[in-house]
Design a protein around this ligand. Sequence first.
Ligand code: SF4
Ligand code: SF4
Length: 477
Amino acid sequence: MSCDAPVLPLRFVQRGLSADPGPFLADQPSCRVEPLDNNYSYAFDYSSPHGILLFPTTAAPHVLLASHRGAYLPSNSSGLGTVDEENINKFFQENSAKKIGLLSQDYWVHVTDSCNLGCFYCYIPEIEKFRNDASDFMSHETAELVLQRVFEDATSRGVRRLHFKFAGGEPSLAIESIRAFCLLADRVFDPLVYHVSFGMITNGVTLPKQLIDILVTRQFNVSFSIDGVERYHDRSRHRGATKSNEGTWQTVIDNANVLQANGIAPFFLHTLTTANIEGVAELQSFLSGRNWNFRISLMRLNNRPSGDQKERFINVLAELFEKTANELPLKTRFERHLQFAEWNIRRKKTMACGSGRNYLAVDAKGGLSSCQMAATPVANLATATIGDARQTLTNSEATKYLVNPGLRTAGCSACFFKHTCAGGCPQHTANVYSTINHVSPWCEVYGSLYPIYVKAAATHLYRRLKFMQNHGKNQSP
Ligand code: SF4
Ligand code: SF4
């Protein structure tokens, strides 16, 4: 099957999963039902994912009937053991809890093009490498302009929840820009009307006290980008231009510990490449041992991965998912600990991310893009409103699919995984195929791995359930 074809249930032939679409319900073919052992099974609905349902296998007909009505386990369900029913209900309520959300908008705020490292794969063409201070950064005037535009857009669209994620370059080199932006946001957004939150993506090499103070006071989400455990990380993330220069792994981990001691749980972002893939299981063990969570993304080069590369990624990641399901401590949720690509097994998606819709990126000079990976801004906020920029994105052949994912006609629109995988990173697809109306360059990997990831999450959930059955439902794992 070529990568250009939509993925169908038969793709489950990978990794010993049955080629027979038997596990799918005949009258609801998007719902996969599979036994975990002789006693319990799980169900997952690919067309409308709301988490995983565990149920005693004997209760299957009852539960599946319930699922047709959109209620997996009604409280008056019969045929389930009392303890099981309570526990399963608890799990499922947590899984499927829908947040009645305020309309939200996320912004990637690119505060500087300077960085204290010089990773060879950095996607920012104008990056200033190996700097200890920012040679250029977002000015007070630009921050003021950006926030005013964001305010106008939020007011006109009824947005009440805003998240600003500072990045670069390396944002810890532009602390004053971050501080000023936060203070200005306080002035612009009335906290009685708007919920404003902040985050930062950092390489973790510098974490000065004045930055920690901002992060703690504002309750930032902080993500550290890493390239694997020490021997992989230090190959690409070293302090000088040559590999023999000092690596940064130990400093990053020390800083993550400092952050944790200050009450912020660090999160880790790991881009999987052919150079570090063999170390991913070791990285997962390391992070799990510290109760740290992470997200894996696949490398996003501008050419298609080869068949051998895809096969290797499938095999290594399938093993990782299965290992994690069986070894991860029970106090952590599988899908929270090991996040993969843009997947979310509790949310139906029409596109993998909100790029161009509820997610936009703004650079240090006020340029607005659909996301940080888009090569050129669609507008500058000095002369255009965010509404103008949205119109440009809608009108452009290159970006109209971001704004209206339903316009897509190729591959993903007919795919079995269109509401779960949802096509992968659209910017990566555009970079490789010159259009977003195409399946992801990683299509076969995504299609092969999704059911393995779901089964791994179900396996881990079942381990939690068994613990609670054995130790009492009020006992925390
Ligand atoms: S287009 Fe890709 S890089 Fe951009 S926000 Fe979406 S997933 Fe991330
Ligand atoms: S990229 Fe994902 S949604 Fe698109 S065809 Fe492939 S598996 Fe399906």
